[in-house]
Design a protein around this ligand. Structure first.
Ligand code: ATP
Ligand code: MG
Length: 309
């Protein structure tokens, strides 16, 4: 495939480019060094950051156009779910990929440790409350998947959730509940785009060191992140299971190579754009009566101008 940087990317081309990142339903997923399918350092045919920058600018421009139509049509919402290990670049991806869309049409919700009030509800409640409305794009910076990731790695967190009775087969059950919920959303006009930014352990080490060494980046470093890094293998395993169990036809997962930030941003823009192209929102056509009324008004406006002349 030739480099199409800076020319609008076609839907067919986009599909081919993102195909390697898509997780097939029920596929057995392996992450990490022995992964045959997902390489965190992958960068397609792009050799340099500048090269990819042009393509990203074009993708961002196209996203802006589609979003304007999505808003005008006001039938579908797009929900982008971002999951990753610390320092994988979630914030930068959001910032760059959405730089070309109308801020009125986007909402971003970071999900942190649940509050006491949130813990008094079923575990999907707080996510349901933040869903994007029709015509807009919603970003979940972390999401309901934390309920089968961080909570799985630290099962003692379940103790805070006020769950009824014994919870047998809890992870399997949660996978099923999440799939059911997402299916309900998809059936009702919420297009779900799930992105896992796949960072290697070595690259996370490099980025943590950077955050420690550079004073202006110190604020980004969190001691707790280093503790979670010690559970790296458990997280990778939890992610593998999530990807296998919850990549569905109606809400597929994409494993985005994240060791090159610039490539991760480009790939994320492609995947979101692909979803918008699938929706292919159209500007609504006005009905003939309204159109006739508009033409009448036009005549009056033109007449006003003639009187003044
Ligand atoms: P950044 O570090 O860039 O600000 P972040 O998403 O890592 O972004 P933090 O405030 O550092 O934000 O971390 C949020 C923490 O909340 C994460 O460790 C995450 O695992 C945790 N968290 C999110 N959802 C849940 C949940 N449902 N139950 C328990 N912990 C959760
Ligand atoms: Mg963090």
């Amino acid at each position: 495939m030739e480099n199409t940087a800076s020319t609008p990317v076609s839907h067919a081309d986009l599909r081919k480019r993102i195909a390697p990142f898509r997780v097939k339903p029920r596929a057995v997923v392996r992450l990490g060094d022995d992964s045959k399918d997902f390489d965190p350092g992958y960068r397609d045919q792009f050799v340099t950051r500048a090269d990819a920058g042009l393509a990203l600018a074009e993708g961002v421009r196209q996203l802006g156009e589609y979003q304007a139509r999505l808003a005008a049509q006001s039938t579908y919402a797009v929900l982008v779910i971002l999951q990753a290990m610390d320092a994988a670049g979630k914030d930068g991806t959001i910032k760059h990929v959405l730089s070309g869309v109308n801020p009125q049409g986007v909402t971003v919700h970071p999900f942190k440790v649940p509050s006491l009030i949130e813990l008094q509800h079923d575990y999907l409640w707080r996510y349901q409350l933040q869903l994007p409305e029709r015509g807009s794009i919603g970003i979940f910076n972390r999401s309901h998947y934390e309920e089968v990731l961080v909570v799985r790695v630290h099962p003692e967190l379940l103790g805070n959730e006020h769950l009824p009775g014994a919870q047998t087969d809890i992870w399997k059950r949660r996978f099923r509940e999440i799939n059911d919920w997402e299916r309900y959303l998809a059936d009702n006009g919420v297009r779900i785009v799930k992105l896992f930014l796949n960072l290697s352990k070595q690259e996370q080490r490099r980025r943590f060191l950077d955050r420690i060494d550079e004073p202006d980046k110190n604020w980004k470093f969190n001691v707790a992140d280093a503790l979670e890094r010690e559970r790296w293998d458990d997280y990778q395993h939890a992610y593998e299971e999530v990807l296998s169990a919850t990549s569905t036809k109606y809400a597929p997962w994409h494993v985005v190579p994240a060791d090159h930030k610039w490539f991760a941003r480009l790939a994320a823009s492609w995947i979101i754009l692909d979803a918008l192209m699938d929706i292919d929102p159209k500007y609504p056509k006005v009905d003939p009566q309204t159109r006739a009324k508009m033409l009448e008004i036009k005549e009056r406006l033109l007449a006003e101008g003639r009187h003044r002349e």
